[in-house]
Design a protein around this ligand. Structure first.
Ligand code: GLC
Length: 767
């Protein structure tokens, strides 16, 4: 028997001295243990900020052939061969090291034929093999009954088992389908249900990495990275929800957004080419009675695509125009790209050169590649001073009165080939390489933008980014980039947004109607129905595609689109409540059924239904020409939102869904806040609120604040508990800190409605 390594314990970290190198286990909390091996890479995590270790009792015992580290929730066995096996408190295996060698997939092709196949333009997937000494792999056992989730925005299905993915942020313009290895974001958190037992594994390494989720073998899954330290977190939790809560404890949570950001947003690349075009869109929205809170300004508003400029030839007085739109209830969200046009007469470029803010070639020259403005330089966002400079640059936009900033092309994307690996970027203040900093480029740009907006606006920053890393959810909303107007992309919206949610990203959305290619009346209609609960609700299209504004296809598209936008605004207080909860527990707004019903094997790979919180179940039509579908209802009783018909759960039902119908079910004995019918989210506080009861017994906790700034952090919010018991309604104020308390609260019961009035003397609501 091999001898166990010696070890040394310091606080909650144990260092095991293996002949091949040290391995550390750090107990952060009873449910989070870090596994770490230094492999020559210095620098702190970008995903995890602040100290996450809490005083946690644990024991370390020595058995004949392994050490056992035990917390109240996890047991870790580590043997003389560095094999690590992790169990939950009941002894169920969660994450265990695979003992064998990998068996490479037999592609049935030799080198010569591989080239032949490639000559016709097909790619032959090459199995990942050990390329150099900095490369490493982590291989874990896969059980026959094991599902794998997470990985951020990766394409394909909810259950990632059987696929492989790369973490290397790319702008991929072709149709993004399930075979695509990598896309805009790198969020290396995977969640698993092994024989029904939940766990998470977070690999905190910014270098290019790879997940084989049991494609190569049914016996194991593996993670590999081309470089970087071995640095991963084993995350336990009694439920899948607890695992997500633990992961977002580690990497942070989406902060409470401004309330209006939950409103509808209209966009198209090309609108902002003139004031008149933008005004025509605002007029169209108003004329067609379509609620809306923002219009996005794509690259056209700038002077020659120079970031932090506004073209005065197109806009006589941009500030005045932005203000006039704001008076019409519409916020402006301009786009900003990282590429700074190479032009010595342009102040942003000149300042960047003068202060050495741009990334450089190994020879020390400013590195140039092409993006929209032509030759451009790239800010070195890993550096704190560059982030501060970029934050300050946003003053130009916040002075204009913009509502938020949309940041794009920050993978970073370039038109003349990828940036070479050895271009000099910084990891904070230490020189590093593109190879190391690529995957956190968008993250650091988002962080800088967030800091700028927070300081300049004093409001909760609204930043929307395309590229991201784990932890970016603290700074930015995300959209899924350049999808296409095609049914498979509407279908993919559900698993893609659900996996983003499981990966800590709660404020997410897709380009409604599809970005590239031409939309159609039916596709746009089904897309707005399916997306109506997606936290980010934006219709966006590429220049040169068929128009897809809600009125572009005439009737019945316009009427149906309006019906769903109005429904969305009714649900905004519910979505806002979910965000208030999310900022405390990290649970996504839009979520797969498996998060709420992990014990139900029927929902473990369900790609065409989702839930909003715990009580709203959405089963959209995402296939062309379909007018009905089966809907799986999990345990409990369910009420059809449209006709109040009740169904017991644990069954499939067939639901009619003509073009204007989104199948929607509410869990029986639920209360939901029901917002007013408005054209824009009001800046003034609501004086009254309505709750709709589905069933005779329900309880609901509701949150209210000014919806804009950080005053809530100082207690300026109200919390209410609404109760319906045997058809009797009552309201308790559980926290009172926001002066404009509701004067009346109406509860819509199945049979009648009750209105309660606030009595300031007793701080209670009375009939
Ligand atoms: C990128 C973005 C897209 C934007 C376009 C022009 O393709 O993903 O949303 O419209 O650039 O800026």
């Amino acid at each position: 028997m091999k001898a166990l390594p010696t070890y040394q314990q310091e606080d909650q970290t144990i260092t095991f001295h293996y002949p091949a190198g040290e391995l550390q286990l750090t107990v952060l909390t009873p449910e989070i243990v870090r596994v770490y091996q230094y492999r020559g890479n210095d620098g702190a995590s970008y995903a995890i900020e602040g100290a996450k270790q809490t005083p946690t009792p644990f024991t370390l015992t020595t058995d004949a052939d392994h050490y056992t580290l035990t917390t109240s929730a996890l047991t870790l066995n580590l043997d003389a061969d560095r094999h690590l096996d992790v169990y939950d408190a009941q002894g169920n295996a969660l994450v265990t090291d695979y003992r064998g060698e990998r068996t490479l997939l037999d592609k049935g092709v030799d080198k010569v034929h591989e080239r032949l196949v490639e000559a016709e333009g097909h790619s032959v997937t090459k199995a990942t093999t050990k390329a150099n000494t900095s490369y490493y792999e982590v291989t874990k056992n896969l059980a026959p009954d094991e599902q794998l989730y997470g990985l951020g925005d990766k394409t394909g299905y909810l259950d990632k088992r059987g696929f492989e993915y790369d973490n290397w942020n790319v702008d991929y313009p072709d149709p993004q389908l399930e075979i695509l290895p990598n896309i805009y974001k790198s969020i290396p958190i995977m969640l698993g249900l092994k024989n029904g037992h939940p766990y998470g594994l977070f690999f905190d390494n910014t270098y290019k990495s790879h997940f084989d989720m049991g494609k190569e073998s049914d016996d194991y899954y593996f993670y590999s990275a081309v470089d970087g330290n071995l640095d991963y977190y084993i995350i336990g939790g009694s439920t899948l929800k607890a695992v997500v809560t633990n992961y977002t404890y580690l990497t942070g949570r989406t902060p409470l957004p401004q309330k209006w950001t939950l409103g509808y947003q209209q966009s198209r690349w090309g609108y902002s080419a003139s004031e008149a075009e933008v005004q025509a869109i605002a007029d169209g929205l108003k004329q067609h009675d379509l609620p809306c809170d923002a219009i996005h300004f794509d690259v056209d508003y700038m002077r020659g695509y120079r970031v932090f400029t506004w073209d005065h030839a197109k806009y006589a007085d941009p500030k005045q125009f932005v203000a006039s739109l704001r008076d019409q209830g519409i916020k402006v969200i301009p786009i900003i790209d990282p590429g700074v046009k190479q032009d010595p007469d342009y102040d942003v470029y000149a300042a960047g050169v003068k202060n050495n803010y741009f990334v450089k070639t190994p020879a020390g020259k400013v590195y140039i590649n092409k993006v929209w403005p032509g030759d451009s330089a790239f800010p070195d966002f890993g550096r704190p001073d560059v982030r501060q400079w970029w934050a300050n640059n946003n003053q130009f936009l916040t002075d204009m009165g913009v509502g938020g900033v949309w940041i794009d092309m920050n993978e970073p994307a370039t038109f003349e080939g990828e940036i070479p690996d050895d271009v000099v970027f910084h990891d904070q203040n230490t020189p590093a390489t593109h190879k190391k900093m690529h995957n956190v480029y968008g993250h650091n740009m988002a962080k800088a933008t967030y800091a700028g907006l927070k300081a300049q606006q004093g409001k909760r920053p609204y930043v929307i980014t395309r590229a991201a890393y784990a932890g970016t959810q603290k700074y930015s909303t995300v959209w899924t980039g350049d999808n296409r107007s095609m049914w498979p992309h509407l279908q993919m919206m559900i698993p893609q947004l659900c996996n983003l949610g499981l990966s800590g990203f709660s404020f997410v959305g897709t380009d409604i109607g599809g970005f590239a290619s031409d939309s159609s009346a039916e596709l746009l209609t089904r897309w707005i129905e399916a997306a109506i609960f997606s936290p980010l609700l934006r219709n966006h299209a590429a220049m040169g595609t068929r128009h897809q504004e809600p009125w572009s296809f005439g009737e019945p598209t316009l009427t149906i689109y309006r019906k769903y936008l109005k429904l969305r605004y009714r649900f905004i207080p519910y979505l806002y409540d979910l965000f208030a909860q999310e900022s405390a527990n990290g649970l996504p707004i839009m979520r797969p059924l498996v998060l709420n019903y992990p014990a139900d094997s029927r929902v473990r790979d369900l790609d065409d239904e989702f839930m909003v919180g715990d009580t709203v179940l959405v089963a959209p039509i995402v296939q062309k020409s379909k007018i009905n579908r089966t809907v799986y209802l999990p345990a409990g009783d369910w009420i059809d939102f449209w006709n109040n018909r009740e169904y017991p759960g644990n069954q499939d039902i067939l639901v009619d869904a003509p073009l204007d119908k989104l199948p929607l079910f509410i869990k029986k004995d639920t209360l939901l806040p029901w917002g007013q019918e408005v054209s824009h989210v009001a800046a003034t506080p609501d004086t009254t609120m309505t709750f709709k009861a589905f069933g005779q017994n329900a309880r609901y906790d509701h949150y209210q604040d000014n919806g804009q700034d950080f005053a809530y952090e100082n207690g300026e919010f109200n919390r209410y508990t609404i109760t319906v018991a045997n058809g009797e309604a009552s309201v308790q104020i559980t926290h009172q800190g926001f002066a404009p308390i509701y004067q009346t609260i109406t509860i819509d019961l199945p049979a009648d409605a009750v209105t309660l009035t606030y009595d300031p003397a007793s701080h209670t609501y009375r009939a």
